[in-house]
Design a protein around this ligand. Structure first.
Ligand SMILES: N[C@@H](CCC(=O)N[C@@H](CS)C(=O)NCC(=O)O)C(=O)O
Length: 242
C-alpha cells in the first residue's frame, strides 16, 4: 500500500449487503475510500455506475474493491487483502490463513441467511417463493443458526480477548458483528432465544460496536439502515421458534 492508495468500493448503494463487510473494515481502520454508488451521479456515482463497471470487470458480482491497480472481488478475498494492508490481521501466515478460513465460513453462513428468504431464486420476489421460504427457514432457525453461532462461540471461548483470533481484534470480528446485527434485524426472536448460549458472541458484538470509529460510522449517514432489499430481511413469519 502506498501513501496515495485510494480504495474504491463498487457495491450497490441502497443496501448494506455484502458491501457492508468491506465498509466496516475500511471504517474501522480509518481508511479513506470512495463508495462509488453513493457518490452523486454527476460525479460518476450511483448504482448505475456500479452496473457499468461490472460489465467491463473480471468480477462475477460485487462487492469489488479497486486499489493499487488491483481489482478484487469476493468479500473474503477483499478482506484478506485489506486486513493485511490496514493492520486488521497479524502478519504471520498461520493467523492470516485462519482468519481467511473464518471469513469463508461467515460467507457460507451469509449465503444460508440469504437463502432462508430466497430459497428458489434471487430474481424472484419473496412473495413468489414464500411457501418454500417458510420450509427453508424452519430448519435454518432450528439447526443451522445454532450450529454456526455455536461454532463461532467456541472459537471466541479459546481466547481471553473476546475475539475470534487469539492475537486480538481483526477483520473477522467486524464481520461477526455485522452478522449478529443482521440476525437481530432478521430473526430477533430466534437470536434472543439463543443469546444465553452465546454470551461471548454477544460480548464481541458490544465490543465492536463501542470501537470509536465503528460507533461514529454507525451514527453517520454512511451506514445504510437494514431494509427489505438486503441479505438480512425481517419477515416475522420466518422467525420461528428454534
Ligand atoms: N461470494 C460472493 C457473492 C457475491 C454476490 O452474491 N453479490 C451479490 C450482491 S450481495 C450480487 O450482486 N449478485 C449478483 C448475482 O449473483 O448474479 C461474495 O462473497 O462476494
Amino acid at each position: 500500500m502506498t501513501a496515495s492508495t485510494q480504495f474504491k468500493l463498487y457495491y450497490w448503494g441502497e443496501i448494506q449487503g455484502r458491501g457492508e463487510f468491506v465498509r466496516l473494515a475500511l471504517e474501522d481502520a480509518g481508511a479513506e475510500y470512495v463508495d462509488v454508488a453513493r457518490l452523486p451521479k454527476a460525479q460518476g456515482g450511483g448504482s448505475g455506475a456500479v452496473a457499468e463497471f461490472l460489465k467491463k470487470s473480471t468480477a462475477f458480482a460485487p462487492p469489488i474493491l479497486v486499489a493499487d491497480g488491483l481489482e478484487i472481488a469476493q468479500t473474503a478475498a477483499i478482506l484478506e487483502y485489506l486486513g493485511a494492508r490496514l493492520g486488521l490481521v497479524p502478519a504471520d501466515e498461520a493467523s492470516r490463513v485462519f482468519a481467511h478460513q473464518i471469513e469463508l465460513t461467515i460467507s457460507d453462513f451469509v449465503l444460508e441467511i440469504h437463502d432462508s428468504h430466497h430459497p428458489i431464486a434471487g430474481s424472484l420476489y419473496y412473495e413468489d417463493q414464500k411457501p418454500e421460504a417458510l420450509r427453508r427457514a424452519a430448519p435454518f432457525v432450528k439447526e443451522r443458526l445454532p450450529k454456526f453461532l455455536g461454532y463461532f462461540e467456541r472459537l471466541v471461548a479459546r481466547n481471553p480477548s473476546v475475539t475470534l483470533l487469539s492475537s486480538g481484534h481483526s477483520y473477522v470480528d467486524l464481520s461477526m458483528f455485522q452478522v449478529l446485527e443482521g440476525l437481530d434485524y432478521a430473526f430477533p426472536k430466534a437470536l434472543a432465544r439463543l443469546a444465553p448460549k452465546i454470551p461471548l458472541l454477544c460480548a464481541l458484538r458490544e465490543r465492536v460496536r463501542a470501537r470509536p470509529r465503528i460507533a461514529a460510522y454507525l451514527a453517520s449517514p454512511r451506514r445504510i439502515p437494514f431494509n427489505q432489499q438486503g441479505i438480512f430481511r425481517n419477515y416475522p413469519e420466518l422467525d420461528v421458534a428454534p
